[in-house]
Design a protein around this ligand. Structure first.
Ligand code: UD1
Length: 423
C-alpha cells in the first residue's frame, strides 16, 4: 500500500483549486437511475469512491463514462438490467445504499447489501428503510441484503419524519419521492449543501421539490424525469481541509472556488482561533493573525453546525494551539481514531467517550503514523506539514477515496510531500 511522507517546511503560499464535492457526487450519480434520459455531471471529483459508484451503477445496467480526465461524468440508465447491489461493491462504500430509493422508484424493486459497520461507528441504515416504508415500500432483511418492493402501482407520497438528521436517508427518500404518486413531506430533513445540490439537479430533471436547505422538504411526485446537465457543488470538506493548511503552517493560501456559505460555522471557529478568512473574486484567502493559534472548543453538529468531517483536521490545528480545547463529537460514536496517531507525534490529547481534550504543545514531531479513515488520514498530513522532521502516513488508500491529487495540490503551495508507492 502507498504511503505519504510529509516534511515540515514552513509557511505555504499560493492557490489551491477545490474540487467538486465527493458526497454530493455520490448522491447525484444514482439519480441517473430515475430517468431513461442521460444525466451529465460536470465538476466531478476524481476519486476512488466515484469509481466505486461507477462500478455499482454499471452492475445495474447503467452506462457511465468519465470524460475530460474524469471531471465530466456522462451517465445513462435507458435500460436497467438489474436491481441488486452486491455485497462486494457495497462493503467498499456505504454510500452504495443511495441506489435503494431510485431503484425502488424506477424498477419497483431493489436488493441492496447491508453496508455493515465501519471504522467510525456502527452506522445502521434503519432511517433509510423507515423513510422508504413511509412511501409504501415493503422491506425484508434476508441473507445480509435489504429486499425492497414498491406496492402495486408504485411508491406513493406520504409524510416522512426523521427522529434525527441523516444526510443519506434524506437523499434516498428525496430521490424516491420524485417519482412517487402524490405529495411527500420530509420533516427533520438534513440541510447540508449536498442535499441542496441534489434537489437542484432533480429539479433540472423535472422533479417538483421545495424547501431544500430547510428542515422541511416537500416533493410533488411526477410521472417521469428527463435528462439534465448539472455542475457538482464545491467540496466544503476539501475546502475546509485546505483552509487549515496555512492556519497550521503559516503563510497565505487562496482556496479557489471556496464560498463562506459552505463553511460558515467552521469559519467562526477559525476566527476564534485567530485565523483570517477573506472572500476574494475567486474563492477564500486564509492566513493566521499570529504565530500561535488560540484554543477553541468545537462541537460537531448537522449542517449548518460544525461538520464532523472536519473534526479530525481541526484537531490537528488545535494540537499546537495556545491553551486547551475541548472537541465534542456528536454525529459518530467512534471518531477519534486519529487522536492516538497525533499523540505519536507529541500531541497531548485525552479522549473520554465522545469528548477529546486537546492541550496545545509548542511543536509536533514527525513520526510514522497510520491512517484509519478518510478524514483521519488527511488530519495526519496536516499535522505532518507543521511537525519537525518527517511524518510517514501509512495506509493512504483511505485518502484516495476522498482527496484528489493531494500531493500535487499541497506541493504547489510549497509543502514538502511525496507519495511512496507500495513495494
Ligand atoms: C454523510 C456523509 C459523511 C458525513 C455524514 C454526516 C456521504 C456519502 N457521507 O454520511 O461523510 O460524515 O453524512 O455529516 O454523504 N444513522 C442511523 N441510521 C440510519 C442512518 C444514519 O442511525 O439509517 C446515524 C449514523 O450512524 C450517524 C448519524 O445517523 O450517527 C448521521 O449519519 P448520516 O447523516 O446518515 O451520515 P451518512 O449519510 O452516512
Amino acid at each position: 500500500m502507498d504511503s505519504i511522507i510529509v516534511t515540515g517546511n514552513g509557511p505555504l503560499h499560493g492557490q489551491i483549486p477545490i474540487a467538486g464535492a465527493k458526497n454530493a457526487c455520490l448522491a447525484l450519480m444514482p439519480a441517473t437511475l430515475l430517468s431513461e434520459e442521460p444525466l451529465t455531471l460536470t465538476n466531478a471529483p476524481r476519486l476512488s469512491d466515484i469509481r466505486t459508484m461507477t462500478t455499482l451503477l454499471q452492475s445495474l445496467g447503467a452506462e457511465v463514462s468519465a470524460l475530460q480526465d474524469g471531471q465530466v461524468l456522462a451517465l445513462s440508465s435507458h435500460a436497467l438490467t438489474g436491481h441488486r447491489a452486491e455485497y462486494d461493491i457495497v462493503r467498499k462504500m456505504r454510500a452504495s445504499i443511495l441506489v435503494l430509493g431510485p431503484l425502488l422508484a424506477r424498477a419497483g424493486q431493489a436488493e441492496v447489501s447491508l453496508p455493515g459497520g465501519c471504522a467510525i461507528g456502527a452506522r445502521p441504515v434503519d432511517l433509510h428503510l423507515r423513510a422508504l416504508e413511509a412511501l409504501g415500500a415493503e422491506m425484508d432483511l434476508r441473507d445480509g441484503y435489504v429486499h425492497a418492493r414498491a406496492p402495486a402501482g408504485g411508491l406513493r407520497g406520504g409524510p416522512v419524519e426523521f427522529p434525527f438528521v441523516s444526510v443519506g436517508a434524506t437523499e434516498n427518500v428525496l430521490m424516491a419521492a420524485t417519482l412517487a404518486r402524490g405529495t411527500t413531506v420530509i420533516r427533520n430533513a438534513a440541510r447540508e449543501p449536498e442535499i441542496v445540490d441534489l434537489a437542484r439537479c432533480l429539479r433540472t430533471m423535472g422533479a417538483a421539490i421545495e424547501g431544500e436547505g430547510t428542515d422541511e422538504i416537500t416533493v410533488e411526485g411526477v410521472d417521469r424525469l428527463h435528462g439534465a446537465t448539472h455542475r457538482v457543488v464545491t467540496d466544503r470538506i476539501e475546502l475546509g481541509t485546505y483552509m487549515l493548511a496555512p492556519a497550521i503552517c503559516g503563510g497565505e493560501v487562496e482556496c479557489l472556488g471556496g464560498r463562506i456559505d459552505l463553511v460558515g460555522a467552521f469559519c467562526e471557529k477559525l476566527d476564534a482561533a485567530g485565523i483570517d478568512v477573506t472572500e476574494t473574486a475567486n474563492g477564500l484567502k486564509v492566513s493566521r493573525r499570529s504565530d500561535r493559534v488560540k484554543a477553541v472548543d468545537v462541537t460537531t453538529e448537522p449542517f449548518p453546525g460544525f461538520p464532523t468531517d472536519l473534526q479530525a483536521q481541526m484537531m490537528a490545528l488545535l494540537c499546537t494551539a495556545d491553551g486547551a480545547s475541548v472537541l465534542e463529537e456528536r454525529i459518530f460514536e467512534n471518531r477519534f481514531m486519529h487522536a492516538p496517531e497525533l499523540m505519536r507525534m507529541g500531541a497531548r490529547i485525552d479522549v473520554q467517550g465522545g469528548t477529546a481534550r486537546v492541550t496545545g504543545v509548542d511543536r509536533l514531531k514527525g513520526a510514522p503514523v497510520m491512517a484509519t479513515d478518510l478524514r483521519a488520514s488527511v488530519s495526519l498530513i496536516l499535522a505532518g506539514l507543521a511537525a519537525e522532521g518527517d511524518t510517514t502516513v501509512n495506509r493512504v488508500y483511505h485518502l484516495d477515496r476522498g482527496y484528489e491529487r493531494v500531493e500535487e495540490k499541497l506541493s504547489a503551495v510549497g509543502a514538502k510531500i511525496e507519495r511512496v508507492p507500495a513495494q
